[in-house]
Structure formats: structure tokens, C-alpha cells
Design a binder for this molecule. Sequence first.
Ligand code: NAP
Ligand code: MG
Length: 475
Amino acid sequence: MLNHTKQYINGEWVDSTSKQTIEVVNPATEEVIGQISDGTAEDVDRAVHAAKEAFASFAATDREERIRLLEAIADEYENRKDDLIKTITLELGSPVTKSEEVHYQMGLGHFREAAEQLKTFEFTEQRGSSFIRKEPIGVAGLITPWNFPTNQISTKLASALAAGTTIVVKPTSKTPFASIILAEIFDKVGVPKGVFNLVNGSGSTVGNAISSHPGVAVVSFTGSGKVGSGLMKNAADDIKNISLELGGKSPLVILKDADVKAAARSALTQIATNTGQVCSAATRMIVHEDMHDEFIEAMKEAVGEFPVGDPQDKKTFMGPQVSEEQWETVQSYIKKGEQEGAKLVIGGPGRPEGIDKGFFSQITVFADVRNDMTIAQEEIFGPVMSVIKYKDMDDAIRIANDTVYGLAGYVFGNDPEELKKAALNIRAGQITINDSETDMSAPFGGFKQSGIGREWGDYGIGEFLEPKAIMGFPS
Ligand code: NAP
Ligand code: MG
């Protein structure tokens, strides 16, 4: 049993003021694997006070000190590799190879990238007779989700530390143990006391306490639009800064000249990776009408390359949904797709054949989807794909942009002019052409209802800074 019922406040593991705990479930087995504290607003208050106390001295550290700190964190993170991979596999149900290649690596990448960015980050600027300095904003309140237990929290932690802010973080209660390892790492490398504080508990209690605490200067949240909107309302009371990384319904535009087999694999990878629980996943495949049937056939042939099942098995590509609640949500969307008249061509409702426990869904593909159907408009957060036909490039771009979201976009094909046209006209924060590698120094975040602000690299650091302009500064 992984029992971690203490909070990390002011450089120590301390008891919560609550005696209640929250159980954490392994979604592949449905068994309870451990407990965390069901923290309170008083715990948050203690953590914010510690972070406020530590702020002035941490904000005054120079970049070299913070580079050393981030590198020490990254080194110790590497020492904890096995623990991190094991934990993410247990609490999220992520297949063990993906826990390593995706989750472990991305978390590490953010600490290394922040250290690298800090080497050249421009904190000051002389403009004529004005001197501009970017200063740490104050205590940062971070609230993070379960879908990437290290990536989502590490990007915020790395940026906040690089900027010189102090932190109170509430990780999700669904996959909290990877964050506890991060706290152990911070403790081990000697992050100064009060700079990093972790309060476990429920979203409604601890998350609300952070976003309404007057001692918090900025709230950085990743999760659902509904909760993000509520946090923004809380933050409005005392004019806190806020950055939100919310959901998406991202398009993959497949050009007429694309290799259809490669396009089919790319599309399946999009929905099967992390069981579709990826905010930036492409879930609307916008395919030329002449290629449509061939594309569906190519996916039917390729779907066997994405085995679903036991996360501990190295051959598994896709594990379960994170929770029963998410599984129910995914199932209800699959039913909705059928009711609305979309054509089920791969998968469908219920668990995959041969699996009778765990929150496993089937890789599910709908053809003949109209972009105004619920399954094409709402974020499902499961392995469910909508295939939508287009006639020409203008039609494809119109469909791609006909959404309230704008987190990511993807284009697949060969003609450089068409690739550029699609990439430049899709309204979203990050566009990927032909499965290009992720660039962790590039800004990540959304247009429209996908969010406010940017994470990763220098843009991420900027979210935790306030520019000060000084006129007539003696040189
Ligand atoms: P969520 O409720 O938005 O949870 C995200 C974070 O906010 C978690 O730490 C959660 O804590 C906390 N939280 C929950 N209610 C809160 C409240 N009232 N005030 C403050 N904080 C609160 O997301 P979810 O329910 O786990 O997932 C629902 C949907 O959100 C998904 O289907 C997906 O569409 C979207 N989502 C998007 C992302 C993304 O990467 N953009 C990530 C996750 C989910 P607890 O987990 O402890 O409740
Ligand atoms: Mg929730």
C-alpha cells in the first residue's frame, strides 16, 4: 500500500488538520493502491504563509543558483526513474513502456529545458532611457490534472522555479503519488524551505482554497473548462493572474496526397496514446472525400498494432481510462455517436474482448461524422475518433476551425504549399506537420476556449513574471 497522508509544507512532511483520507485506485485492476490526505483550507493557508515567507529571499536568488537547483532536480529525477515509472503505471494505468518513453521523459524534459532557457532568458531590457525588469510575480498556486502525472506538474514547477516564484501545488487526487515522488526529490536536493509546498486533497476544497487565497498572486491550472472557469471567477475577486490549460477537439487534416497507411497509423496513434486522455490529441480526422474509404480500411488493418490491456505488459500500447467516472463518460459518448447517426467502423461500447475488469475502453472510430454532432464538438478524453470528409482545402480549414477549442492542430501529407496553408490557417496554439517531434522549448497553450497563457520553455517562465518599467533609471 502506498500510504502518504502527510502534506509537504515549509520544508517538512506534516500532518493535515484533517484526519480524512482519499483512496487511490489502480484503474487496471480496480483495486485500492493507497491513500492520501484529504487536505483542508487550513492546510492551504499554512502552505501559502510558508510560500510568502520564503518569497523575498527566493525571488532575490540569481539565475546561476536557480539553474543549479533545476539541474539538481533533474539529476535526482533521473535517480528516481524506476519509482516514477512504476508509480505512473500503477496510478494512471499507463502501459509501462509509455510510462517511460512519454511520462518519465516529458517530466524530465521540462526541468532540463527550464535550466537551459534560464541561461539566456532576458530578465532585463534597456529601451532608450527606460529600464525594464521582469520580476517574480509572487506566490504561485498550481492545480494539476491526472492525465500526465509528471508532465503537467513539472512544466509548471520548472517554470515557476526558473522565474523565482514560490509555490503551493495541489496535484490531482486521482494520480497523486508521482507528485509525492517529486516532493521527495525537491526535499532531497535542498529546495529552500517554503519555496515548494504540496497540499493533497479534493479539488473542491483544496483547489478552491488556493484560487481564493489572497496570498496567492497567480493561479496556473490544467484540467477541464468547467473547473477552469470556476477558478477564474475565484481569481477575479482579488485580481489574481491566471493561466489555464484546458481541453481541445483538435483536427488532423489529411491531404489528398498523403500516404494513406501512414496517415491511418498517425490517426490511431493520436487517439490511442494515453487512452485518448490527452488535451492536445487529434480526435477529428478531416479526410479528403476521395481518400475516405481507403483511409477507413487502412485503419481497420492497422488497429491490431495498438494492443489494449495489461499496463504491466511491455507489448501493451493502450491501458484503461483513469477512473470509472471517465470510463462512463467515454461509454456515454460512444452511445451518443450511434444515436446521432455516425457510423461505427471500429470498436464500440463496452470493454475490449477478453477483458472483464478494469476501466478499459475499445479503440473506437466513427465514420460519416458531421462536424456539428456532439462527438465532433465535445472533448471525450477517450480513444474515440470522428472521421469527417472534406472537398477542398478551404472546406478542410473551415471544418477544422468550427470548434470552440484551439489547442492543437495537425496536418499530414506531402505538398509543401498545402501543408503550409493548412498550418497557417488552423486557429490553434500548436500545429504539428507530419508527426514532427515535440519541441519542448516551443510555447504550448490554447486559442479560444482551450485556455489562457502558455507553458513550456521561455514562454512558460514568462507566466510567473511581472514586467516593471523604470523611467529615468540612472545608468
Ligand atoms: P478537473 O475536474 O478539471 O480536474 C483538474 C484538477 O482540478 C484536479 O487537480 C482536480 O482535483 C481539480 N479540481 C476539481 N474540481 C475543482 C474545483 N471545484 N476547484 C478547484 N480545483 C478543482 O478534471 P477531471 O474531472 O479530472 O476531468 C474531466 C475532464 O477534464 C476530462 O474529461 C477532460 O475533458 C478534461 N481534462 C483536461 C485535461 C487537460 O490536460 N487539458 C486534463 C484533465 C482533464 P481532483 O482531481 O483531486 O478532483
Ligand atoms: Mg472533476
